[in-house]
Design a protein around this ligand. Structure first.
Ligand SMILES: CC(C)(COP(=O)(O)OP(=O)(O)OC[C@H]1O[C@@H](n2cnc3c(N)ncnc32)[C@H](O)[C@@H]1OP(=O)(O)O)[C@@H](O)C(=O)NCCC(=O)NCCS
Length: 160
């Protein structure tokens, strides 16, 4: 019913409109967006899901970030959203699993996201102790997957 493919430049404004619909107004004021300003996403991982009529139903994007004093590389997952009329059909899980498979294939050792542990726990994400997002992020919503052993400290923007 849904087909996933890489997000292309022509998808951009539809994806932005979907995010505007699914998130609270002012989403771009969130601290996580400071890591996206002026930094290109990891294009090969960003996915759009369309239905049989080519209507956009969901999307996920990924950005690179650094963590801690040694600048460990990590992938920031998100935003991820599914259109309200398409939620609860497993599309969020399909976007998550596809994105995570692509990230692993591309060799990213660890992922990070800001979200609800009850949802993301089913994909293996768990609260990351010691990884700091800028305030006012609730530390319990800073979740990680992959090899985080020995990595702690502030998240910082990707350095080109
Ligand atoms: C979160 C989101 C992407 C999930 O997409 P989806 O296609 O509805 O997800 P799935 O169909 O794979 O899974 C649905 C299940 O997740 C649960 N779920 C959805 N959002 C949840 C949340 N924030 N916390 C806990 N559980 C959640 C649903 O209750 C449902 O549970 P069930 O499987 O026990 O019935 C979608 O709800 C969405 O776009 N929400 C608005 C934007 C958003 O909050 N994005 C995430 C930012 S952290």
């Amino acid at each position: 019913m849904f087909h996933l493919r890489r997000e292309e430049p022509e998808d951009r404004w539809e994806v932005e409109a979907l995010y505007d619909l699914c998130f609270a107004p002012g989403r771009e004021a969130l601290s996580s967006y400071r890591f996206r300003d002026g930094v290109p996403p990891v294009r090969d991982l960003c996915q759009v899901a369309r239905d049989g009529d080519d209507i956009l139903a969901g999307a996920v994007r990924f950005w690179p970030v650094h963590v801690g004093a040694d600048g460990a590389e990590a992938l920031l997952l998100g935003p991820i959203a599914v259109h309200p009329t398409r939620q609860g059909e497993g599309l969020g899980a399909l976007l998550m699993e596809t994105g995570l498979d692509l990230a692993r294939e591309a060799g990213w050792p660890r992922l990070l996201l800001i979200g609800d542990a009850p949802y993301y726990g089913r994909f293996g994400f768990a609260t990351l102790a010691g990884v700091e997002m800028p305030p006012p992020t609730n530390p319990a919503r800073v979740l990680g997957l992959g090899d985080w052993a020995g990595i702690a400290g502030p998240v910082t923007a990707w350095r080109h």
